[in-house]
Design a protein. Sequence first.
Length: 240
Amino acid sequence: MNLVLQCVILLFLSFQYEASRAVTSVFVKKGHDVQLDVKEDDVPEDFSFFAWKFNGTKHLVSFVSAGKPRVSNLYTGRVEFLTYTVKLKNVQETDSGVYTAVFTEDKDQTAAIYSVTVQAPVSPVNLTVDSVSSSSDSCNLTVTCRTQDSHISTTFTCVNQTCSEDGDGSKATTSAADLRVYLENDSINCNHSNQRPKNHGAMLLYLFLCLLSSLLVCSLLYEEQKKENIHCGKHSVCSY
């Protein structure tokens, strides 16, 4: 589900039910389980009907007071239910949307609202050196970071042992993930990540050191499990 449609559904639900419940955003990895909690104190003992709804229409599970929970045929084998809390197993991207726990007392009321976004793992990154050049007082390095569906290039310059990135920084954003190349502690980092907590794509590091003396020495150290060294020559012409 795209973000615009999700926002429309949230707006609709805010009018349909009481707007006293905050929306909880949840990001979950594709194929994993997501648990949507409802506190027992948020549902009165004398309710007549309770249900978990998906996008305001489809019922995951429902039951009347003192009755047995009824799981929708669409979710048979994928739903675990305990008191008012529901666990949806093996989520797919089509499970992204708004989940609402509702109950009926004198009128329809909301116990919880979750905006769930299911995300596939980010694709690995490939960081390559496009060009290396040096002069008597500086060293320039241009790199490109590629993923399955995106890429960015940027140039870094070292002068007097101080390295900086040309321009305002490099960042590319798709609908589900961010791709970033940045300089940190003399390391060039390529990071591909999405919003799911602690879900970072593979990161490749180039350690870029320029040591200026009578002759310029440029070194690139590539780290990815096995470390390989790429050395520039001691003169202005570099090869690798």
